[in-house]
Write a protein that binds this ligand. Sequence first.
Ligand code: FO1
Length: 325
Amino acid sequence: MTAKQEGRDNSGEVIALCGGVGGAKLALGLQHVLGDRLTVIVNVGDDFEHLGLRICPDLDTVLYTLSGLSDHSRGWGRAGETWQFMQALAELGGETWFSLGDRDLAVHVERTRRLRAGEALTDITGDLARRLGVRARVLPATDDVLQTKVLTSEGAFDFQRYFVKERCEPRISGVAFEGADGARISQAVSDAMGSDSLTGIVICPSNPYLSIDPILSIPPIQEGLRKRCVPAIAVSPIIAGKAVKGPTEKIMNELGVEPTSVAVARHYAGLIDGLVLDHKDAASVNELDLPAVVANTFMTDLDSRIKLAEVVLGFVAQLSTSGCR
Ligand code: FO1
């Protein structure tokens, strides 16, 4: 019996839905296994205009991670970055709460110029990815403007103001995605989701509320997942009640949801067929009402990212699909 007949065929295409740092780590592992058979659909809800430039933090985190240019300790931006622009800006009394490294700045300037010249974000991102040597296809979830608004005890904040300027301190009461209702998907996202060669969809271990929900809030993506013809799985970003990085656990607590992998699975109910969760949460598998695989989801190096990617792809291949939902 061939690998394909046994359901272990990894030769097809895979879509990964991804936010920033945590999700990008798994995307890198997936890229190692799948190369150009991987399409990463990236959150754009964090995007904003700053200093006259269009900044797309999650797209850039994914581009830098997949091209090996990212700063591992910071998680965002480029390795070996210099900060002369920020120093000069501070001397002029400019706005410095959001740090733009000198090399990173080149991406924002070039992307902004091309957007103003009328190019679509999808095309610009594809070109940047090619020039940086990224093998996977990296696609913004939409070319339309979709902005995450964080509703808090201190009012509504644009995402980066909440995340960076306010350091996620205000207590969250809800999250809204402005522009989501009318947001369209690009031809490239539509083609990837409708491809005959698609074998699975992976929701990366990104923040479900702030990084994945903005993608799922786009009606054609939500509908595509609900009516999927291939297995979809999620990798939990929670390990033993804690987020590996970022405010996921704080946000879940403030939204009245216990920060557990079980709650993550419930959050994605109807959109996924299986969950990958960490060994430390193995005991909670019995509480899940969908298939689960236990693995090391704490990705410390390239090897652990590739290993998790292999587990994820093996799980996707195992999950049988009897036609479309
Ligand atoms: N995160 C910070 O905590 N402080 C920053 O000054 C900052 C600047 C920044 C610049 C470019 C970029 O692509 C990302 C940047 N980030 C910064 C990270 C970003 O706020 C978050 O990673 C995401 O938006 C959440 O996924």
